[in-house]
Ligand binder design. Sequence first.
Ligand code: ATP
Ligand code: MG
Length: 315
Amino acid sequence: MKKIITIGEILVEIMAVESGHGFTAPIQLVGPFASGAPAIFIDQAAKLGQPCGIVSAVGKDDFGTLNVERLRRDGVDVSAIGIHPTAATGSAFVRYRPDGNRDFIYNIRHSACSAIGLTSEAERLIDGADHLHIMGSALFFDGIVTAIFEATSRIKAKGGTVSFDPNIRKEMLELPGMREALAHALENTDLFMPSGQEIFLFTKSTDEKAAVADLLDRGIKAVVVKRGAQGASYFDRSGEAFAPAFKVEEVDPTGAGDSFGAAFVTCWLRGMEPRKALIVANAIGARAVSVKGPMEGTSTMGEIEAFLNEHGVPA
Ligand code: ATP
Ligand code: MG
C-alpha cells in the first residue's frame, strides 16, 4: 500500500460551549481536542488503514502528548513529530456565532509549530513516502514551506504523487510569500481538492466548467470540488462524476473538509472508481460534521460501511 505523508501544524482546539460573540467575558469552554488541518487529514487516512505519517512539532506539554498519543493510537507514523524544548503546543480557541461563522484566537506562529522543518526525521519520513498531501493553510511558515517544497521534488522524482487542498481564507493570501507557495504547490499537483469558491483562486475563469478545464490543461490529473451540504464533484480529462451529501444534522463542521480529503486521496491511491470514492468521502464528511470536535468524527472503514448500510448508497 502507498504511504501518504503531510507536513504542517498540530494544535489543540478549545471550544466555547454556547454560541455567541468572541471571548471578551468568561464563558464555558470544552476541550482540549486534538486538531490542526494536516493532523485531522492524516488521522483520517490512518483510520482507513493507509500507511501514513506527519512532519510536525509539539511542545513538551499535555497538549502535545494528547495529540501525539492520539495519532499514534490511530496508526499514524509519529517519528517526524519534533518536541520543541521550550515553546508550547499550538492552540486555537473557537466560538461559533449565531449565524454559523466563527471567531478564533490562534497561538500557532509562536508555538512549537515554529520548529516544523526539514529535520533528519522529516527527511527519513519523506524518503519513505509515495504520496504528499499539501494543506494550503500550513504554508504560513518558512520552515514548513521549505520542507513541503523538498518533499514535493523528492516524491515526484521517484514517481510519487501530490494532492493539494488550498484550505485557505482570503486574509491568508496577503501573507508574504503565500501566493508564491500556493502557486508552486499547484504546479506540482496531481489531485486538486478545492472547496467551493477556492476553485477560482488560480484561474482567470469565472465559471466552474472553464476553471476546471483550465486546471486540467495545466497538467493537473483530477479535480475534486467539495460542496458542503450539497456533496462533491470529480473531474478529469475523461469525464466527471457527482455524489450528493448525506442528510445528517450538522453539529460541528470543523474538520469535515480535511477528513473528506483524506478519504478521497486514500480511495484514489487504491484505484477506486471516482464516484465510489466520492460516496465514501461524502460519508466520512457527513460523520465528521455530526460530531463535536475537529478530529472526533474521523471514521474507520467499518464505521463507514455501517453508515452506508443505514443511510443507503445514492443511486
Ligand atoms: P472545512 O471547513 O473543513 O475547510 P471544506 O470547505 O474544505 O471544509 P466542505 O465542503 O464544507 O469542505 O465539507 C467537505 C465534505 O463534507 C462535503 O463535500 C460533504 O461531503 C461533507 N459535508 C459537509 N457539510 C455537510 C453537511 N452539512 N451535511 C452532510 N455532509 C456534509
Ligand atoms: Mg477546507
